[in-house]
Design a binder for this molecule. Structure first.
Ligand SMILES: [Zn+2]
Length: 340
């Protein structure tokens, strides 16, 4: 009777199926308390054996029944609890709808800023001819500056095109010739697009990079117009406090040539891997359009002058978001993209 009472009260208090299994072992297992009692029945006087045996069997039956009921009970409780945890009045889970890539976001801003000062946007081919990529930009076939533009040539062996004539454009400046051939001055145009060079890939260089080419051609366009435009645009895009530096440089398609540097935002000018420890990053090479380029498109270089520039868009985006590596822009990892 003592075994029955303690077994039943333990079963009633059990909170889960694991506890029930343990109780079952404790009483009905091979060395359980009731099992041992039944085994020890031979040691008691013969006349009492039948009564003890009957009692033990009744106790076993009660324990088994109570266990069975409790199993069912716990099981239905479990089901009820789980059912309650699904609240059908909850609103559904919204699927992710995605957003624009940081490059596209900044590109849209660049286009808006230029549109606000009268520029139009044009688009052009990424597969280009040698003529528009080089010759129309005052870079004849034997010009040493071609060596600085690591050009990717297309295989033209099975075509009528002369070898070396079709390339992947190395600069969006190709569109200067294409656009100016079609429109008369005044021309104010920007050309966003991808360029390709077999450059060594590192934190601030890629074999594929975005540029926004821009140019203006009209009567009396001066170098100060170029400075004013660059400063206005970069302050709009990078904030009023941005620090800029101009230096003279040499590109065959401009005379004089100007290089625009922006203070490295990754290290705030202290020097880091991204800016190659100079504190400055080249952001916008520019200059006054060379008279030979104007002549090539049929403009009168005595009456018409102009300026041209190219914004390194990939670099602008990395500097804007203080990324220390250009390669993050082409990384499809959502943990990166979700930050924008
Ligand atoms: Zn830096």
């Amino acid at each position: 009777m003592q075994i029955k009472n303690s077994a039943v009260s333990m079963i009633i208090e059990a909170e889960n199926q694991k506890e029930l299994e343990e109780i079952k072992l404790q009483f009905l297992g091979r060395s359980g308390r009731l099992t041992l009692t039944l085994k020890g029945i031979t040691k008691i006087p013969v006349e009492k054996r039948a009564a003890v045996g009957q009692l033990a069997n009744e106790v076993k039956k009660v324990i088994e029944e109570t266990l069975g009921e409790k199993f069912l009970n716990l099981n239905s409780q479990f089901l009820i609890q789980n059912k309650q945890s699904i609240d059908i009045t909850n609103p559904g889970i919204k699927p992710d709808i995605g957003h624009l890539h940081p490059m596209t976001q900044v590109l849209n801003e660049v286009v808006d800023v230029f549109k606000s000062i009268g520029f139009q946007a044009a688009d052009g081919p990424e597969i280009e001819t040698d003529y528009y990529n080089f010759e129309a930009l005052n870079i004849p076939k034997d010009h040493p500056s071609r060596d600085t533009q690591q050009t990717l040539y297309l295989d033209t062996r099975n075509s009528k095109v002369n070898p070396g004539e079709i390339i992947l454009r190395t600069q969006t400046s190709t569109m200067q010739g294409r656009v100016m051939e079609k429109i008369k001055p005044p021309a104010r145009v920007i050309v966003p697009g991808k360029n390709f060079r077999y450059d060594q890939v590192d934190a601030s260089h890629g074999f594929e990079f975005w540029q926004v080419e821009g140019f203006m051609a009209d009567a009396n366009v001066k170098l100060t117009d170029l400075f004013g435009t660059i400063e206005y645009v970069l302050r709009k895009l990078m904030g009023e406090s941005v620090k800029l530096k101009f230096a003279t440089t040499n590109f065959p398609f401009v005379e004089p040539g100007v290089d625009t540097y922006i203070q490295c935002s990754v290290c705030s000018g202290k020097g880091c891997n991204f800016c190659r420890y100079s504190g400055w990053s080249e952001i916008m090479p520019a200059g006054m359009i060379h008279p030979n380029v104007l002549k090539a498109v049929g403009y009168n270089s005595q009456e018409i002058s102009g300026f041209a520039f190219a914004i390194g868009l990939s670099r602008l985006v990395t500097l804007r978001y203080r990324m220390d590596d250009l390669r993050l822009l082409t990384n499809p990892d959502l943990r990166i993209l979700e930050q924008f």
